[in-house]
Ligand binder design. Sequence first.
Ligand SMILES: Cc1cc2nc3c(=O)[nH]c(=O)nc-3n(C[C@H](O)[C@H](O)[C@H](O)COP(=O)(O)OP(=O)(O)OC[C@H]3O[C@@H](n4cnc5c(N)ncnc54)[C@H](O)[C@@H]3O)c2cc1C
Length: 411
Amino acid sequence: MATCDVLVVGAGPGGGNAALQCARLGLSTIIIEDHSEVGTPVHCGECISEIACDNLNLELPDEVISKQVNGIRVIFPDGTEKCLTERGYVLEKHLFERWIAEEAISAGANLHLNHKLTSMERIEENGKFSGWKCDGKGENFPISTKIVIDASGVAAICSKIVKIDEDNKLNSGGKVVAGMQYEMLEVPTDDYLDFYIWPKFAEKGYLWMIPKCDGRANVGLVTEDRPMAKKSLDDFIESTHFKDLEQVAPPWKNKGNPAFGGTIPISGPFENTHYDGLMLVGDAAGFTSPLFEGGSHLALKSAVFAAQTAFSAISDGDLSSNKLSKYSDLWGAEFPPYDKILRGKNALFELTDEEMSIMAKCFPDEMSDMGISGKAMVGFRLIIRKPSLFFKKIIPAMLAFGYSRAKYYGW
Ligand SMILES: Cc1cc2nc3c(=O)[nH]c(=O)nc-3n(C[C@H](O)[C@H](O)[C@H](O)COP(=O)(O)OP(=O)(O)OC[C@H]3O[C@@H](n4cnc5c(N)ncnc54)[C@H](O)[C@@H]3O)c2cc1C
């Protein structure tokens, strides 16, 4: 039977980085990926902030960067535009994920493609937990490991198998939103990511134009109205300047419908993200930013915390849930308060289109650093324009934008 210190499940950004960090710490590491290659199908708008790259010590090679961007422009229902200026990148995300996986392999990790985890059996020695026997589809199974890092994305496979928490949010009907996009050509851009908060097309979500190199762009949406996602995106394109632009399949996709996307967990971090010999990272732990649903920065960072915790647990010969609780402490101290941001998001979507647009007009043109005086000015303008709005939780809604900045893991 193959054996290792750490088995990482899934080779997305969370899994790739978990394997890289574990291997760098000298742990024998196996990373398995269900698909036949890393990075595809892409299920991401592909943007990541410069702050995220600094925070993660990522020196992106040129080939994974499609475009450098200046920040986010939020476009409200009446067309009012406000900016969150902070630099970042639009990636060729499949190449980015492959690069991280290759870095992990160079650091000593073993990658097994076409390997799908389906079962985990607890191993005990003298009544003490000593690891997992993992099985599934793939020629290198079964694999015996001291610690499993679940980076399986929205599938959250390990917490389903092990049932670490009966109230686990995804297992007990936690919510996901649908995301879908097209690659379009000759899309005009001034190097901002355009985020349209237009509830008529994207219920409790938003639409985007994310520019890439050579005039390419991802034009897409996330919406809670999952069955209508494709129609809503088509209707949005039909009623905007995107209407006459050509839609193409992205370079990595050579058959089927050009639309691509996936689902994103939106119920927040799981109550339990660790167990005996098990840690959940990235989407598999429910880590996404509530307003704009970015998850790569959170996945990559949670992977760092999981690797550090695995190293300490294996060094001390204690793989217990109690020992691995350090992981939950680490992300809990670092990641922004999910419920608070969610309250802001909910307050935003309780507003009518007209109210949202009035609120937007009261914001300064640059929302990235409002400060106390900026927020007071917004309050003052609201009282003058529409006093009743002042009492409709506008302040939490405003804070939700602030918490969507890169320094709060928004992207
Ligand atoms: C349409 C859309 C647009 C988005 N845009 C952005 C954006 O612009 N910026 C941003 O930061 N975030 C964005 N996100 C969110 C982002 O894509 C995720 O948060 C991020 O990919 C999470 O990384 P992860 O490693 O946790 O999971 P994933 O990237 O989902 O990787 C999980 C991997 O595990 C594999 N896997 C699953 N089950 C098993 C199994 N049983 N055995 C083995 N392997 C398995 C999967 O095949 C997959 O490769 C977007 C999401 C969607 C759907």
